[in-house]
Structures are given as C-alpha cells and as structure tokens.
Ligand binder design. Structure first.
Ligand code: DI6
Ligand code: FE
Length: 412
C-alpha cells in the first residue's frame, strides 16, 4: 500500500520529521531523512527514500517538519477589548468595583452583542492570522459572549465563516453557560433553563455545536448547574468539556470525567481525586498558562500528578479579552514550560496529539503518520525546542494544510 504511488501523489522528500507519534521511540518521534507521501490531503506514508516515477516531488532539503499546531481552547471571536479595565485594575481599582460598573465578562457581552457578525469576523481575523502564521492548522473557537440565542448563534456562525475563508479547521464549542447575562441577574437557574431548553437544542439543530462547555466556578456556575448543561448535551449526543478548578476547587473536573468529557481546562486547583477521575475517563487536562500569567495566579496545576497518572496534558492560548489577550501558541508553550514545569517535548505534545484528543480528533490530527491529515509545518530550525525557547522568533518556512503549501510573504 505505502509504496504503490498514484498520479497526483506528492512526495515531500528528505525531511527531519518530528512525527509526535508516541509509537516511535525517539524524542518528538523524530525520523531523520524521511519522506512524507501525501494523497488527497492526507498522509499515506512516512518512509525513507520513496521512488517517484510519476509524482510531484518537493524537496524539504533536510528541514525540520512537525504536525500543524492545534489550539484547542480559544475565545477568538469577541467584540471590543478590556484594556482600560486592565489599566484600572493595575491602578488599584477592585475587580468587584469594575464588575459593578458593568465590567468583566459582561462588558465583552455588551460589546459583542453590539457588533455585527461582519465586524466580529473582521476583528477576529488578525488574531486568527497571527495563530496561522505560527503554524496553527486547527483551532477550537468558543461562543460565550452572546449569552442569548441570537448572540451565541452569531458568534458560532462567525467561527464557521472564518473556517470557510481560511486554510484552517475550526471546531466550535457552545459556552452559553459562561456567565449569567444581565437579563437573568439574580436568577442563574432561570438562565440555565434557557440554555438547556432553547439555546443548546436550537444551535445543535443548526449544526453549529461540536462540543459544549461550562464555566464551573464561584463566579460562574455551580456544580449542579453545570451538570444540568452536561446532561442536556449528552441527551443530544454532544461531547462536553469544562472550565474547571481555575480559581477554586468545586469538583468540576470529576464531573467532566463522569460525563466522559473531552477535556478539563485550567485545573489549577485540581486534586488527586480529580486527576484520577480524568485518568479513568480518558479526559485531557488542558493547561492555560496565559490566563495564569495574566491573572498573576500562584496556584499551579498539579503537573506531577497528571504525569504520575498518565493524563494527557494539552496546552492552549485561551485567547480572550479578559484573562489571556495573547494570540501566540508558541508563547503559551514557553509559559507552560517556564511557569508549570513542562518539558519542551511535553509542550509540543500539548499542542499536537494531546490537543487533538481534546477535540476528539486524535485518530486523524496531531501526528504525522499514515491515515492522518496532511497538516504540517516546515521550519527553518534545527530542533522543535527552538519554537518553545524563543517564542518571539518565528522560524516557520511553510505551512501545509491538507497537502497544500502556504508560504509566508516573500518566500516561495
Ligand atoms: N475563564 C476565564 O479565565 C475566562 N473565561 C473563563 O471561563 C474569562 C473570560 C473573560 O474575562 O472575558
Ligand atoms: Fe477559556
């Protein structure tokens, strides 16, 4: 099968292929002097020196190749920004005071509701472009700043439109249970009714929802409210994930495990019981060091316990205007190493194969192996550690999405 070449096949010749395939027992699953055989946007083989009577050959000239990066937790689409609020906070104004003046998540809800879909898309595009320029080929985008049917639908449609207009795969997550909107002030249970009975089923029916997320936190929703949303999602056959144990320990990660969720995200306050629940469920732990940094947190996620129980760790940007205004997955990898003690190889697994699992795409994305999508990055770098070590120097040479190469301006 692997050596039967067909017209139209493309051989990417002589790369140093960091496959991130855990079955290959070298750092990063690295294979020297290997070729990638690509057919119809997918990888058919990773082998040494293919012969090529009829098909196109692209010479990698010994360059490093990795899987395309996957940012598995983002709030990429939003209106406005919260720069003034951040400045106020650094000038000593309390978060409660800012919230009482309509700040915080609800400030972004206001701005997002008041911005047209077209404008939201225009504003999200530079953030997406920045991530793509670093080699991101799959991204998850959450709703959560509409908090009513129209607003959530608008955000998810913008995410789908970005996918239609860019060489990137976008998965959409409904985060209607992000905060209680002003119309339901004092009645979060009433809002959860509306989420479960109206927003979720309507948007699922429109095929806008790949997964469902809840902000399970003292400033978000209780464990019981979270469970109601998870049960409604499960009844519709939609996988769940959670913003859990970020600022306190409520038991949200164990609940995500109970629902065999895709991922438990943030998890600074996760305990050993919660780690075991993730292990049993096969749920990914998503680390978000940008939010940890921006909020000047001191409680670190339990990386040693996650390692001990072999819970896969992903790393994502969490890009959002309130707690992580960074469109850089390289920087998130660097922060995961510096702040949380991941090794660079763990950080790479966190933005490739483990991030793929957090999106339910572990059988097709996040590794360079036969049967996986032909999403890969060619780098002018010796070693994958360089992108983690020096996050502001981007050595991307070319970005290949479904077998088609995109070169940054000025190269070809
Ligand atoms: N956790 C966070 O850190 C963000 N959302 C969430 O669930 C905050 C988002 C924001 O402040 O706009
Ligand atoms: Fe988030």
């Amino acid at each position: 099968m692997t050596s039967t070449l067909l017209p139209g096949d493309v051989i990417w010749r002589n790369g140093r292929i960091a496959t991130l395939n855990p079955a290959i027992d070298t750092p990063y699953g690295l294979l020297e002097h290997h070729d990638l055989l690509v057919r119809d946007g997918a990888i058919v083989a990773v082998t040494p020196a293919l012969t090529h009577p009829h098909c196109q050959v692209i010479d990698l000239q010994g360059r490093l190749v990795t899987p395309g990066l996957i940012d598995c937790h983002t709030h990429l689409v939003y209106g406005g920004n919260r720069a003034k609020e951040w400045e106020q906070r650094l000038n000593g104004v309390s978060y409660q005071h800012i919230s009482a003046q309509g700040g915080g998540i609800n400030a972004t809800v206001n701005a997002t509701r008041g911005t047209s879909a077209q404008r939201l898309q225009q504003q999200a595009q530079p953030r997406l472009t920045a991530l793509m320029a670093e080699g991101v080929t799959t991204i998850e985008v959450k709703s959560g700043y509409g908090l009513n049917l129209d607003g959530e639908e608008k955000m998810l449609r913008v995410a789908r439109q970005l996918a239609a207009e860019n060489p990137i795969e976008v998965t959409t997550t409904l985060l209607a249970a992000h905060a209680t909107p002003p119309e339901y002030k004092g009645d979060p249970d009433g809002y959860i009714d509306y989420v479960c009975e109206t927003i979720l089923p309507t948007l699922c029916q429109q095929h806008l929802v790949d997964a469902v997320d809840v902000f399970c936190e003292s400033v978000g929703f209780t464990l019981a409210q979270t469970e109601r949303v998870f049960a409604a999602a499960q009844a519709l056959g939609i996988p769940v994930k959670g913003h859990v144990e970020q600022l306190s320990h409520l038991g949200g990660a164990a609940l995500v495990g109970q629902y065999k969720g895709l991922s438990a995200d943030h998890i600074e306050y996760l305990d050993e019981q919660g780690v075991l629940a993730l292990q049993r469920a096969g749920t990914v732990a998503v680390l978000l060091p940008g939010a940890f940094y921006f909020l000047r947190e001191t409680q670190r996620p339990p990386v040693d316990l996650l390692r001990k129980y072999h819970v896969p760790m992903a790393v994502a940007t969490d890009i959002n205007p309130g707690t992580s205004p960074f469109a850089s997955l390289h920087l998130a990898m660097n922060m995961a190493c510096v702040q949380f003690g991941l090794t660079p190889e763990e950080a790479w697994a966190g933005v490739t194969r483990h991030a793929a699992r957090a999106l339910g795409r572990q059988h097709t994305h996040g590794q360079l192996a036969a049967g996986f999508v032909a999403d890969f990055i060619v780098w002018d770098a010796e070693n994958p550690v360089e992108m983690v070590y020096e996050p502001c120097r981007n050595p991307l040479f070319s970005r290949v999405y479904r077998g088609a190469a995109h070169y940054p301006q000025g190269q070809s």
